[in-house]
Design a protein around this ligand. Structure first.
Ligand code: 0X9
Ligand code: ZN
Length: 446
């Protein structure tokens, strides 16, 4: 036991040792006013090592981007030349990451003290890959009364040979199927922690004899689809987004990694993706080139089951969005998708008052092709498909917006609670179809 505690501490300490890289990084805010400005921002992303943090890429909307300090003079010059309003928000990203880590550490100490020693680790830390595997095994062993209530299996392996673990939770007699994944993007730590939260709560309901939803649905949860990228973000580069594929074979590039959410083969590369291996939105050498992408597709296609819904959890921005991402037009059944998103996000809001916006990905954020959501609907033929962008909000006036991808661990529980409530209500609405009046096209709710 002592050894385990020590190991957890060592892992947590190591995971905070990666901030120095960001010492020479700046966080800036730009305000595009024309389409030409938007094109220029794409150009920054593709050629100057600029990493766009903001989800929304639209005229008259603030955009946050981080960049190595040495690129700042060039970016400043181009902004001036084209009349883009630019402001430095933070000139030491290392400090920003550190301040989030400090809050997380205090939170852990305080929680431990308050409840005398044992706190479930997944509520006070962003667990490392090995800890997540351990967590899944513990959860799998946790429901003795209902054997076969859970199963744990891998849907494939990554470049670095890590298994992509998946847990099924549901009564063996349940006939309908739901798929959820987390952690497609490495740096979005609040996403895997939210999947773990939901796994824990679903199994708790089983053990308490209240598994009503699980009599109807088998819920398959992949808590970490991109374990290589996640481990890299935990230990080396906190802001890493992609997987860890070596790109040298195709392009002799030293830059590693493919953006998995640009790699799915449905209208691939048509919009908002890059062919530059050094870009954060590199779509891969060809569509479906990545083991993580193919594992998910194989699992969706080959399972002898049909899927009612696919939900993929990202951060940040507080958006509950549906296809399409590749283009601005809507799927034929977008009203139904919108209605169910309203039901989910309203239940979510009831927990802590957190507001989500709803709409199609391309309309609400920006056009970008190759997302897992578009593939799940367009090729996987799943009706209810959503990307849920968790906290914080990207509204500059929101008190927590500055945390961006670095949400301290104090948020694990509130985000878990509200998301779980939203997902459950959404699932209930699939069982009991309700007539809703909220049928507004591309509606931005609340
Ligand atoms: O750009 C993305 O991949 C997602 N946002 S994130 O900040 N988490 O990276 C949004 C994906 C929305 N869906 C599609 N564009 N298909
Ligand atoms: Zn993401």
């Amino acid at each position: 036991m002592l050894f385990k505690v020590y190991l957890t501490w060592v892992l947590a300490t190591l995971s905070h040792a990666n901030n120095h890289f960001y010492k020479g990084h700046e966080l800036i805010r730009v305000l595009p006013k024309t389409n030409e400005h938007l094109r220029l921002i794409h150009h920054f992303e593709d050629n100057y090592g600029v990493d766009r943090w903001s989800e929304v890429l639209q005229v008259n909307r603030d955009i946050k981007m981080s960049l190595p300090r040495k690129q700042l003079p060039k970016i400043r010059k181009l902004c001036k030349q084209y009349g883009i309003d630019m402001k430095i928000l933070n000139n030491n990203l290392e400090k920003l990451i550190q301040s989030s880590d400090d809050i997380s550490k205090q939170h852990k100490t305080r929680t431990r003290r308050a409840i005398k020693h044992f706190t479930p680790p997944h509520l006070v830390d962003y667990l490392r890959y090995d800890q997540i595997v351990q967590f899944l095994n513990q959860q799998h062993r946790r429901s003795p009364t209902y054997r076969n209530f859970t199963s744990l299996f891998s849907i494939g392996t990554t470049h670095e040979n890590r298994s992509i673990w998946t847990i099924r939770i549901g009564k063996p007699t349940a006939r309908r199927n739901i798929l959820m994944d987390c952690g497609i993007h490495a740096r979005e730590f609040i996403s895997p922690s939210t999947c773990l939260y939901m796994i824990d709560k679903l199994i708790e309901e089983v053990n308490n004899g209240r598994p009503s939803l699980l009599s109807v649905f088998n819920i398959y949860i992949i808590p970490l689809l991109n374990p290589d990228g996640y481990e890299y973000a935990q230990t080396e580069r906190r802001m890493w987004r992609k997987n860890r594929s070596p790109n040298g074979i195709h392009y002799r590039s030293n830059c590693m990694g493919v953006d998995l959410n640009r790699n799915f083969g449905y209208h691939w590369m048509e919009n908002g993706a890059s062919m530059n291996p050094c870009s954060e939105t590199y779509a891969g050498p060809h569509q479906d080139s990545e083991p993580e992408t193919r594992s998910l597709q194989r699992f969706i296609n080959q399972s002898p089951r049909s899927w009612d819904a696919y939900l993929t959890f990202h951060s940040y921005g507080q958006y509950w969005i549906y296809p399409w991402g590749f283009a601005l037009h809507m799927p034929d059944d977008y009203r139904e998708l919108n209605n169910k998103a309203v039901i989910g996000s309203e239940a979510l809001k009831r927990v802590n008052g957190t507001l989500y916006k709803i709409g199609s990905a391309a309309n609400l954020l920006y056009e970008s092709a190759g997302g897992s959501d578009d593939w799940a609907k367009g090729v996987g033929q799943i009706k209810y498909v959503y990307t849920v962008e968790l906290r914080p909000s990207d509204d500059m006036n929101d008190a927590h917006a500055h945390f961006a991808f670095m949400l301290p661990t104090t948020f694990i529980e509130p985000v878990g609670q509200e998301t779980y409530a939203g997902v459950k209500e959404f699932l209930r609405s699939l069982i009991i179809p309700r007539k809703s009046k909220l049928l507004v096209k591309n509606q931005k709710t609340m």
